[in-house]
Design a protein around this ligand. Sequence first.
Ligand SMILES: NC(=O)c1ccc[n+]([C@@H]2O[C@H](COP(=O)([O-])OP(=O)(O)OC[C@H]3O[C@@H](n4cnc5c(N)ncnc54)[C@H](O)[C@@H]3O)[C@@H](O)[C@H]2O)c1
Length: 432
Amino acid sequence: MKLCMIGTGYVGLVSGVCFADLGNEVICVDKDKLKINKLKKSIIPIYEPGLDELVKKNFKAGRLKFSTDLAESVQKSNIIFICVGTPTKKNRYEADLSQVYSAAKEISKNIKSFKIIINKSTVPVTTGDNVEKIISKKVKHNLFSVVSNPEFLREGEAIRDFIYPDRVVIGTKNKKSNKILKNLYLPLISKGAKYINTSRRAAELIKYASNAFLATKITYINELANLCEKLKINVEDVSIGIGTDKRIGGRFLRAGPAYGGSCFPKDTRALIDTANKSKTSLSLIKTVVDSNDKRSNLLLKRITTILKNKIKNKKITFLGVTFKANTDDMRESSSLKMIPFLNKKGAKIRYYDPTGKKSEFDKFKNVEFKNNIKDACELSDLIILHTEWNEFKLIDLKKIVKKKNFIIYDLRNIYSSEKMKKNNIKYFGIGK
Ligand SMILES: NC(=O)c1ccc[n+]([C@@H]2O[C@H](COP(=O)([O-])OP(=O)(O)OC[C@H]3O[C@@H](n4cnc5c(N)ncnc54)[C@H](O)[C@@H]3O)[C@@H](O)[C@H]2O)c1
């Protein structure tokens, strides 16, 4: 099949490459010329394990093309995926859909034969209706169909998630589109993915409801961790104890910093906005958002206590700054709140992240990137394990750090408290 991905970011690039690998002809379009020029030279603009090889392979095979020409790419394709960003509007809960609607307008100018237009971006309920209205201003109804096909891949596991999804959700009541899309996804369905055909609005809500549920699970265990700290209980024991109940499930029950990333924060806010507009209260999700917003401050208070209120001139190292491991994505990472706060209080921050220096910290004096763990940690008073990259799991900090009484604050509970105690290292974890 001939596909066009509009927006070549985390979702558009990964799903485009995977579709190409399944034998389709795919054009990945982006208005960012630099990104497309890099991709044409097989330089991958994001960090995603396995993506590099897959792009090179499919580009070489001629199944995958990159372009900045949306008009031509739409004309040459039968199925158009909209994969553009849907961030939160500034200082609001509402999703900013301007990228989706402007893509829809551009698509509408280039439809001459039947096209399926798919919203793969995470969009609030009724966005599909609005995209249909925009396109129908220029195109007859029998020449297009607007479908919702939300994407559930996780950064860091994106290729595996795309190829082996739990489910493929197709929101359309158009039989022709449903048949074509079931065929497109057949290689994934035959590997065990459940194919769910539902209404367009239901598909839109399924995506938000899934993310809000997962955000709730994380927030629940984070709040329980706060209680565990007071009661001297290890939250990990509680996670195992409740997670082994199949009705609950053990995933997303690891206490840590505030959830971040490009999805959970904006999607929980957008879901609340959708509920407000429908005059329905989603008080549970409001509480989740509120609790998560406060979490970084809570952890910063703990750091202040750990340092006995003496933050000024303390040398603090952050190991990992991305919102989770195996991605370079900094969007809404809790480090973006924590590092500036500690810096303002006079701490001297060094950080190391396997995905390199982050421009977000360039404006801060005394926040310095080091390109290896040793240089980042050797002079530290306090090491904050922020992101659970594998390369941090077995490091011998006692050998690396020169300060005698350095402290570790392990926000991901990757180290053993017992081992730390044995090695006479002052160690704090989450919820213990
Ligand atoms: N990142 C994830 O893990 C993830 C997972 C599931 C769903 N989603 C959803 O998918 C959507 C995309 O997310 P992302 O992380 O890939 O975003 P992104 O910011 O990485 O990429 C979006 C791309 O779209 C391009 N773009 C915007 N308007 C365009 C236009 N008119 N023509 C061509 N290109 C255009 C931008 O230049 C950018 O490169 C969002 O709605 C997001 O919520 C993301």
